[in-house]
Design a protein around this ligand. Structure first.
Ligand SMILES: [Zn+2]
Length: 298
């Protein structure tokens, strides 16, 4: 099943909004990686932000990668989206878990991610080199870090809200998020009104868990603003791996290493980090790879 992404603007065109429901996406990530509530929340929020930014890419073959590298027990978190909002991701330690935070009884995402580290965004826009930006983490709660990234690295004043609600049986009960961006020409009084809205805003998961649609959530959150939905599309969890691509990855480790595997193990099994699909290459195929590498060197 697919999730839903909408793009909207305020009627004066000064504020742009991207919003997504992501229960299916995060549930699929949980199923693949056997995530705990903590890692469902951390990877889930990263997947949602990445899908939203991906949906905003212009070119069909453009991709965006969000990486968080910090010192918490979850380790690195990676998510990649295509230009529609189909996303995939993983975290280094999917079984990491922490007790709920004492102060607000919420899942301790910043404790799991860590506070010392970086958030990087890599945009592959089909050029020779991808565009890479990086900021120091602000809180490790992901949404604030995305906001900081957009403000400092891309000079776009934004508000980002992301949420994953985990049920008692660890399944995903609700998930979603939005990114609100101020476009050039926005008036100061609109910024003030937006800030007021954000102070009063209810949590994304609270709205979605109540059965609100994305439109209802945005109209409730941005009370007083006239919102026009420009388009809607599907998003979800989708891996793009294939035997051919995995073959390429295997080739990149070099002929000596492949020879060693062929002789010692008789085969190579390569698991995709994003979907856990396993690709096996037998001895004959490994020798074929070695020959190909030799051929290329000539
Ligand atoms: Zn895969």
């Amino acid at each position: 099943m697919a999730d839903r992404i909408i793009r909207a603007v305020t009627c004066d065109g000064a504020i742009k909004i991207l919003a997504m429901t992501a229960r299916e996406t995060v549930e699929e990530a949980r199923r693949i990686h056997d995530l705990t509530p903590l890692t469902s929340a951390a990877l889930g929020r990263t997947l949602i932000a990445t899908a939203l930014l991906g949906n905003d890419l212009k070119g069909e073959d453009h991709t965006i990668t969000v990486r968080v590298d910090a010192d918490g027990p979850i380790g690195s978190v990676v998510a990649v989206s295509d230009s529609r909002g189909y996303v995939r991701g993983y975290c280094k330690n999917p079984h990491a878990d922490l007790p709920v935070r004492e102060s607000d009884r919420k899942i301790d995402v910043s404790g799991g991610i860590g506070k010392n580290g970086t958030l990087s965004i890599i945009r592959d826009l089909g050029m020779k080199e991808p565009y890479i930006g990086q900021v120091q983490l602000v809180s490790g709660e992901i949404a604030e870090d995305i906001t900081a990234y957009l403000a400092t690295s891309e000079q776009i004043p934004s508000v980002c809200a992301l949420g994953v609600l985990v049920d008692r049986d660890w399944s995903i009960k609700a998930a979603g998020g939005y990114i609100i961006q101020l476009l050039p020409g926005v008036f100061d009084d609109e910024i003030d009104r937006l800030e007021e809205c954000m102070r009063k805003a209810r949590a994304v998961t609270e709205c979605l868990d109540e059965g609100m649609s994305l439109e209802q959530m945005l109209r409730t959150t941005l009370e007083g603003f006239e919102i026009e939905v420009l388009d809607e599309s599907e998003g979800g969890y989708k891996c793009t791996c294939s035997r051919e691509r995995t073959r390429g990855v295997l080739m990149s480790i070099g002929e000596e290493e492949i020879m060693k595997i062929a002789e010692e193990d008789g085969k190579a099994e390569v698991a995709c980090s994003f979907c856990d699909n396993k690709y096996t290459f037998d001895k004959a195929e490994l020798y074929e790879l070695v020959e190909e590498i030799k051929e290329k060197k000539k």
